[in-house]
Design a binder for this molecule. Structure first.
Ligand SMILES: Cc1cc2nc3c(=O)[nH]c(=O)nc-3n(C[C@H](O)[C@H](O)[C@H](O)COP(=O)(O)O)c2cc1C
Length: 335
């Protein structure tokens, strides 16, 4: 029998998303430069820590031999750059001790790093606590993945308890909780509901990159082809959630340094990547990956200098122009 986690990894690796809504956002600047690259500060202060960059490795792996290998490589990268790193759902390790090691492998490489456990809402608050304990995690991600479950033949069909479960978990565990999508984005109504349930950290994880309906379609007999268009993009999610009273993280379809800069400019506090990092560690040696990522970080700073900003706060005030369906979205979602 094939392992679901391995299926996910293989499908995600096949996906390619050369174009997405980040292409419909343009940033304006003044041609008269005024910032030295060495003065650009991209540090983020959060969770009583200082992160050197606003980048994190988002939830993916654990629960198979292959995903243990992936977690090992990702955690070397996370440790080298001081990136926070989330694992994939710890559900597999809670059900079966055999898979604990495939998650715990990251502790070896990330002794002082920021480790994030991940769990779904079919699990109890006690399981959420176990997930944190297995990883000795510094934070917990709860994933919202109704569209994925519905596409999955063996997926969950019961979601009525989700509202109550979110609050229960937040009240029960003693590390910060981040609620995230898995690539279909979050409207302002979603964020407001989550906020009313006590959630203060939200990863909108929008459309534009890894498409989990497509991933699950690869495991189905009859593909739900048109359903692959479901969801709102990361750009639309960020635009819909300007001025919310929560800390927003952005993920979903971040392809390069310019997307990182755009996501930060649109209000994200930190920017997560999954498919990007998966492809890097599966297709390159660790030495090559370290060079590629150092270049990504240098490029983020370089682009901020182009935009005449020295820090992430100032980046938020950069003027933006929107095109195409993003503009339609803005117009139809006007309050
Ligand atoms: C192979 C793979 C496995 C994933 N597994 C999980 C998971 O277990 N839990 C979760 O919250 N998100 C999971 N995700 C979703 C990502 O965290 C992220 O929300 C989504 O892939 C969009 O980001 P991207 O476009 O950078 O890949 C997974 C993504 C990939 C590629």
């Amino acid at each position: 029998m094939s392992n679901r986690k391995d299926d996910h990894i293989h499908s995600a690796l096949k996906q390619d998303h050369p174009n997405n809504d980040f292409d419909s956002v343009r940033l304006l600047s003044n041609s008269v430069g005024s910032v030295n690259v060495k003065d650009v500060d991209i540090q983020v202060h959060m969770f009583e820590r200082t992160f050197l960059t606003p980048i994190y490795i988002n939830a993916m792996s654990g629960g198979s031999e292959l995903s243990k290998e992936v977690n090992e490589k990702l955690s070397v990268v996370a440790s080298h750059f001081g990136f926070p790193m989330a694992t994939g759902s710890l559900s597999a390790a809670i059900k079966n001790d055999t898979w604990k090691e495939s998650f715990q492998i990251i502790q070896k490489n990330m002794e002082n790093g920021f480790k994030i456990a991940n769990i779904g809402l079919s699990r109890s608050k006690e399981d959420a606590k176990k997930a944190v304990e297995i990883l000795n995690a510094d934070a917990l991600q709860i994933h919202l993945n109704v569209a994925q479950e519905i596409t999955m033949p063996e997926g969950d069909r019961e979601f009525k308890h989700w509202n109550a479960r979110i609050s229960e978990i937040i009240n029960y565990i003693d590390v910060p909780v981040i609620v995230k999508e898995v690539g279909f984005g979050m409207t302002r109504e979603t964020v407001e509901l989550l906020s009313s349930l006590g959630v203060t950290y939200i990863d909108v994880s929008g459309k534009g990159g890894t498409n989990f309906i497509s991933v699950e379609n690869d495991r189905r007999v009859n593909r739900l082809k048109t359903f692959e268009n479901y969801g709102i993009s990361t750009v639309e999610s960020l635009l819909d959630n300007q001025n919310q009273k929560v800390t927003l993280f952005a993920s979903g379809g971040i392809r390069d340094a310019f997307d990182v800069v755009k996501a930060l400019s649109l209000g994200a506090t930190m920017v997560g990547m999954s498919g990007y990092f998966l492809k890097l560690v599966m297709q390159h040696s660790i030495e090559e990956v370290l060079v590629i990522i150092q270049t990504l970080i240098d490029d983020v700073k370089g682009m901020m200098a182009v935009l005449n900003v020295e820090n992430i706060q100032d980046l938020k005030h950069v003027q933006k122009i929107y095109h195409g369906t993003v503009l339609e979205f803005i117009n139809q979602r006007k309050k």
